[in-house]
Write a protein that binds this ligand. Structure first.
Ligand SMILES: NC(=O)c1ccc[n+]([C@@H]2O[C@H](COP(=O)([O-])OP(=O)(O)OC[C@H]3O[C@@H](n4cnc5c(N)ncnc54)[C@H](O)[C@@H]3O)[C@@H](O)[C@H]2O)c1
Length: 255
């Protein structure tokens, strides 16, 4: 494709806190956007809020843990816009709180299906499109929970470690073609997910305060601040960046 052609980005979890802010950044660059999330209405709200329209956006309701849904969002993106230049493999769930002996196999499967199987399936179906184009950049959303252990969220922490493994495999497989694959690792970010994790802790206010004081910058991050880094990684500005892990955590992991 030549430089004047409009590029296309696919974002999963696009109706969520971080996904929506990434969509906003990519829309400012006038990319075509394929927005994927569980519910069509939630995606339509994002389309409306960002002032997108039928010619520059496509809403695809999909459960990223279902193979046929992933195949469908990839096919729909290619049918409508012809290419997938950027892929934000971002949808994720937190799962329940509880010590290892309290976590059920059901909870493990639930979290793994979305956070690991979903990310794997996204890669599995997007990579052939990018290989055919001989171009593209992929960004998986891991977490600080992909680098650190903490009590009480084993399925989530395991799943986000797995996303780092997937990122490294994909980056190594695709580097010979010039296709870049990176991971963003948010810390504690002000979205629905952190509100739920605070609730799950049983004492939301104290949990929030403890998180804030464990963060060198002394506060939660905003989804816009994560989207800014994601926007960079999904651009030619990051042309020599692959197999990298970008923490956006207010300094937490660097202590
Ligand atoms: N908020 C944080 O503090 C934080 C920290 C580290 C990592 N993350 C990661 O960032 C990503 C985005 O999270 P967020 O904070 O925006 O949370 P969020 O809950 O606001 O957004 C997640 C979005 O993913 C969608 N989703 C969930 N399951 C899905 C499925 N099976 N198929 C399709 N879509 C599905 C949800 O509907 C939601 O819109 C997640 O992968 C999360 O694990 C968040």
């Amino acid at each position: 494709m030549n430089e004047t052609q409009v590029k296309t980005a696919v974002i999963t979890g696009a109706a969520g806190g971080i996904g929506k802010e990434l969509a906003r950044r990519l829309a400012e660059r006038k990319l075509n956007l394929v927005l994927v999330d569980l519910k069509e209405e939630a995606i339509q709200q994002v389309i409306q809020e960002l002032g997108l329209n039928d010619s520059n956006s496509l809403a695809v309701a999909a459960d990223v843990s279902k193979e046929e849904d992933v195949q469908n969002y990839v096919n729909k993106a290619v049918e409508k816009f012809g290419t997938i230049d950027y892929f934000a493999n971002n949808a994720g769930i937190e799962g329940p709180a509880g010590l290892l002996e309290e976590q059920s196999v059901k909870a493990l499967d639930l979290v793994y299906n979305v956070n690991v199987r979903g990310v794997f399936l996204g890669l599995h179906y997007v990579i052939p499109v990018m290989k055919q184009q001989k171009s593209g950049a992929i960004l998986n959303t891991s977490s600080l929970a992909g680098l650190m252990g903490a009590p009480g969220m084993a399925p989530y922490i395991m799943s986000k470690h797995a996303v780092i493994g997937l990122t490294r495999v994909a980056a190594n497989e695709l580097a010979p073609l010039g296709i870049r694959v990176n991971a963003v690792l948010p810390g504690t970010i002000n979205t629905r997910m952190m509100r739920q994790i605070e609730q799950n802790s049983g004492s939301p206010d104290e949990y929030k305060k403890a998180n804030e004081s464990a963060t060198p910058l002394g506060r939660y991050g905003e989804p816009e601040e994560v989207a800014a880094v994601m926007n960079f990684l999904l651009s030619d500005e990051a042309s020599f960046v692959t197999a990298s892990l970008y923490t956006v955590d207010g300094g937490m992991v660097g202590q």
